[in-house]
Design a protein around this ligand. Structure first.
Ligand code: WT7
Length: 635
């Protein structure tokens, strides 16, 4: 194995390889960064001009009703005009837009032309089913091409998609359908995971029973397993796509810049997931610009973001940004270690992937199997790599850099959130890297680490990570709950008008940002975001439980694992069987990612006098640490 990493590094700064910097679009960061924050609107307006608009905007930024910022007001566009339509007028038309590999090894490819055709056909199906501009359509699907076609078809007709991650279960899906008042649900009979078919339709059926707003359910036949289909409500995707209603001619709806493109639910500190709303105009500009500069996409590149389309990473960087940039994007249905731990490395070799983006938890998981699985494969097509979802520990960073990138592929450690729409703190291909640091703010963003009063903390000290300015990709509101939007993100530093990220971080003397983690009751389990409160409400929905507290404990593989403390109702006794039953119950209600690793029975929970669970105390107890200041504890 070639090991240039040592030669490349001075004082643990990793300087990017010349093979990468030579075609990097941005050759120098500091100057352009300064310009981008001195004239933020100028910067974004220049980037926006690179996209197609049916009608140009009047105003780049409308901040007359803070924090409900608006971008490119008066402009008309549609993300589809940029992700598909404009490519059909150039040579990109016959280029591959999507390469898909199923878990069993089946494969499909779509050129931009073919993708455009399928999207138009499905858009017409949706219209025939009564879908209208502004309707929120719920999508609950495995990682198959149809999830992308469904999302794009919604966007094309001006409907709003709400994708619910396919790993979520009944209650999580039901709650999201109800919150969005969806009339249409798009799903599948199932998908494949580790050699086994999953039962999505059965979960969808139960969710539709709990949330009866759905009157049309369209299902893709993926696994071919037997499943229930309700007369006049449930339709097979392939039946509808074979009918005359599915014409391949469909005009893209000319949406206003501020028209909603999608809702994506994410976990916060309350039990109810928040539906964050993103728009056609600003989101298109932000996602496409961040992607272009950070991953330096070139026309011949093959890009692989190994996330699920059901999360913001997938929305922005599997679907929208790559397609807006005319890139070839890859989607894989299954697990990284199935049937063997070389599955991903095999796919990088097979498809000649140039840029690869994944999470620290996946890297740590694959690292366990040793380098030999990767060494079997020719990974020389790789030029750049990326990481997202949680802080990457330097050990995993170095393994990724040396074993996968062979010491010459810089790692773009991108910090961002569902709320931000795209990368906020990130290296560029020219940035000297420090393993474990997301490095510096992206153009247009002023980011800081401050104390409770808003004063910048000294270099190396921990504080709240804030963003001091609006940016085009920012979420516009929480669906149906604008007060919560203010409360969660804007109230803390109201005086300054800053956005509170919920993360704690440090900045070092070179101005590099180091993310420490969430400082609220949000957990990151294998990079997935979950709220303590959601897990608790799943637990208390079991007849044996009257109260529950869920906390995250550090785990070297998953980042966090869930530790739950529960209080039993009268008449129930603690037992191992009950622990298993409760874990299974959380699986069924929320999904396997929310399954607690440990469940412990207690007589009571530590609470403040006002009745709030002191999760901090539970955490200290579970870790055998000092319980800290207990003056607010009740009694
Ligand atoms: C939270 C947001 C945005 C894509 C996936 C997650 C953590 C995200 C990093 C990173 C350290 C990170 C933060 C953030 N996070 N990226 N590169 N380094 N932490 O989106 O589910 O909305 O979660 O993920 O804690 O607040 P999300």
């Amino acid at each position: 194995m070639k090991k240039n990493s040592v030669l490349n590094s001075t004082n643990s700064l990793y300087h990017p390889d010349k093979s990468v910097t030579k075609h990097a679009r941005i050759k120098e960061y500091d100057k352009l960064y300064k310009e981008s924050i001195t004239d933020r609107e100028g910067f974004w307006s220049k980037e926006a001009k690179g996209l197609h608009w049916y009608q140009k905007w009047d105003k780049v930024l409308d901040d007359s009703n803070k924090p409900f910022y608006k971008w490119f007001t008066g402009g008309k566009t549609n993300v589809i005009a940029n992700a598909i339509d404009r490519h059909l007028l150039t040579e990109t038309k016959n280029k591959l837009a999507l390469i898909w590999e199923g878990e069993p090894g089946d494969m499909k490819t779509f050129s931009y032309f073919a993708l455009g055709r399928e999207v138009s056909k499905f858009a017409n199906v949706l219209k025939a089913m009564g879908a209208k501009k502004g309707d929120i359509i719920t999508i609950y699907m495995p990682q198959i091409p149809e999830i992308i076609i469904a999302m794009l078809a919604c966007a094309k007709i001006g409907a709003v998609h709400s994708v619910v991650y396919g790993g979520f279960s009944v209650e999580a899906l039901a709650e999201r359908i109800a919150d969005a008042h969806s009339r249409i649900l798009i799903t599948a009979d199932g998908g494949f995971r580790r050699g086994k078919p999953t039962q999505l339709k059965a979960i969808a059926d139960e969710a539709m029973r709990r949330s009866p707003t759905i009157d049309v359910c369209i299902a893709v036949r993926r696994t071919g397993e037997e499943c229930y289909m309700e007369n006049d409500r449930d339709f097979w995707w392939h039946d509808l796509m074979g009918m005359p209603i599915a014409s391949s001619k469909c005009e893209t709806e000319q949406t206003d810049a501020e028209d909603p493109l999608f809702i994506l639910y994410t976990s916060g500190t309350t039990g109810k997931p928040k539906g964050l709303l993103h728009t056609h105009g600003g989101y298109s500009v932000y996602a496409s610009t961040t992607f272009k500069y950070v991953f330096d996409i070139q026309p011949a590149d093959r890009w692989w973001c190994a996330a699920d389309p059901g999360w913001i990473t997938g929305h922005s960087y599997i679907v929208y940004a790559p397609l807006m940039n005319g890139a070839t994007t890859l989607l894989y249905e299954g697990a990284p270690n199935h049937p063997y731990p070389n599955r991903w490395w095999q796919m990088i070799e097979k498809y000649g992937v140039n840029i690869f983006y994944t999470s620290p938890t996946a890297i740590r998981g694959l690292m366990r199997y040793g380098a030999s699985w990767a060494d079997k494969h020719d990974l020389s097509s790789l030029r750049l790599m990326g990481s997202v979802g949680e802080p990457i520990n330097p050990e995993a960073w170095k393994w990724y850099y040396d074993v996968i990138g062979k010491g010459h592929c810089p790692i773009m450690d991108t910090w961002w959130q569902t709320e931000t729409g795209g990368f906020m703190i990130t290296p560029l291909p020219i940035t000297p890297l420090k393993p474990g640091s997301a490095t510096k703010p992206f153009f247009g963003n002023e980011v800081a680490v401050v104390d409770e009063a808003g004063k910048a903390v000294p270099a190396g000290a921990e504080g709240n990570l804030v963003i001091k300015n609006p940016w085009p990709g920012m979420a516009r509101t929480i669906l149906g709950d604008p007060d919560q939007f203010i409360e969660k993100y804007w109230k803390h530093y109201k005086k300054q008008g800053w956005y509170l990220t919920g993360d704690s971080a440090k900045v070092d003397k070179d101005g590099y940002f180091w993310i420490i983690g969430r400082n609220d009751d949000v957990l990151k389990v294998s990079g997935y975001r979950l709220g303590s409160a959601e897990i608790e409400s799943a637990l208390v929905s079991h007849p044996a439980i009257t109260e529950a507290a869920a906390i995250g404990l550090p785990d070297s593989l998953k980042g966090n694992i869930i530790h739950a403390t529960v209080i039993l109702r009268e008449g129930f006794a603690p037992s191992d069987a009950l622990v298993e039953e409760l874990k299974k119950h959380v699986d069924n209600e929320l999904g396997p990612i929310a399954r607690p690793a440990h469940i412990e029975f207690a007589e009571k929970l530590p609470k403040t006098r006002s009745g709030k669970i002191m999760r901090r105390v539970l955490k200290a107890r579970a870790l055998g640490q000092e319980e800290g200041d207990l003056t607010t504890l009740e009694e």
